[in-house]
Ligand binder design. Sequence first.
Ligand code: FDA
Length: 393
Amino acid sequence: MSSIYDVIIIGAGAAGLMCASTAGYRGRSVLVLDHANKPGKKILMSGGGRCNFTNLNNTPANFLSDNPHFCISALKRYTPQHFLELVDRHGIEHEEKAVGQLFCKNSAKDILNLLLTECDWADVELKMKTNIDSVLSHGNGYHLKTSSGNFQCESLVIASGGLSIPTMGASSFGYGIAKQFGLNIIPTSAALVPFTLPPQLKERLAPLAGVSYPVEVSCNGAVFREPMLITHRGLSGPAMLQISSFWHPGDALRINLLPSVSVSDGLYERRRTKPHSHIHHFLEEFLPKRFAKAFCDLQQWNKPFQYCQNEDLKAIAEVLNYWEVQPAGTEGYRTAEVTLGGVDTRDLSSKTMSVRNQPGLFFIGEVLDVTGHLGGHNFQWAWASGVAAGQYA
Ligand code: FDA
């Protein structure tokens, strides 16, 4: 015997819950299945526990994909303003931290409660701790064998997310289903993830763990001007997380340590006015003191200005503006915020998120090859793709 629903959604995360309430409000009977013990775990840990739930400046240019036009339609139809209206309707206090980035004032729990309340109002059923054993296409719909029993549905929505943070329930389930139904997978990798460093550089920088300041980092044509954070393991902070989505193993990062300073002029001026001072004294005016000294030691800039030739100052300016760092790797899925790549969107309708040649099968959220920049864009994609599918599933 199977329990029958109009719509079954696999994954009780941001995209799945949004899709569930949208479909439920249309009068569809909706069941959400998830193998984790609680819904929305990533929402709870997002934004340092305060969930950066959207970005007011969100545009399709904030996303990486092999098929960059795919996200346009859903993002246009469900904008940050729409989600903000929902947040306001639920009386959730929020604040704009960096430009456009909206966070909960109190706790990310507020966003999860909003989604669960909406699901409740829309008569959505939620079954946690459910392992999906098999999915088969069956007549006009799908048949699921699970650890909570057998189910049938007309529309099956895969909202099982990407591979980041396996301890939070991440799995490759969605990619497996995509392959089962003949879809292509764009190769995946960890993104919005800290870098690890080669042992020597790591050792040199380790005592500076905790130091953070704004830099401009570039790699493969992408440029971000945001804070960099030195950690015990390597380099992190918004600048490094952002650029990690564009980095491939073996690539070097170019870090401009003083993007707002005319470095050459400053160095020549310093040699003229304070010839006995050292390079680190100059750098201390702009960089955290600890970092300025350690960076000069690393580069072996030990002589006072008076002994620096023009070529020396030119070389110093070059390093400060283009410090080339070749990461050893990244911290991988263990700490990554998102997964780059995923289900190839070329096989899907950008209007409905359904698979063109497989009626009733939908993919939404992070499982798709649509990856946002840091700053609330990934949740905006979860909301927008969830609503798009919820209107048709
Ligand atoms: P999500 O991963 O949220 O949900 C997938 C669900 O599917 C999970 O509940 C999982 O248990 C379930 N599932 C997986 N495999 C299954 C299986 N085999 N069977 C049954 N169920 C299965 N984004 C942002 O915009 N602002 C932010 O502040 C942050 N902050 C942040 C911090 C950290 C630490 C992380 C890891 C990530 C973020 N993100 C973020 C990214 C954001 O969390 C992410 O993009 C969305 O949660 C994706 O939503 P989905 O619903 O697609 O997947």
